[in-house]
Design a protein around this ligand. Structure first.
Ligand SMILES: [Zn+2]
Length: 55
């Protein structure tokens, strides 16, 4: 599975690759959002966007 930060509207080149499932991608995205974008809490809205962007 893959996730690109750009796909949720961020001006960011961060990519998650080679993760085996959606939950793993979500966990990595959460950590990235916290440290790179200062998003300490993923809102249900954002979580939904991220899930849709994970392919
Ligand atoms: Zn990012």
């Amino acid at each position: 599975m893959k996730f690109k930060c750009k796909d949720v509207g961020m001006n960011c080149d961060f990519e998650i690759k080679n993760v085996s499932n959606e939950n793993e991608a979500m966990e990595i995205a959460k950590v990235h959002a916290k440290y790179a974008h200062n998003i300490s809490e993923i809102t249900p809205d954002l979580a939904e966007k991220v899930k849709k962007a994970i392919k």
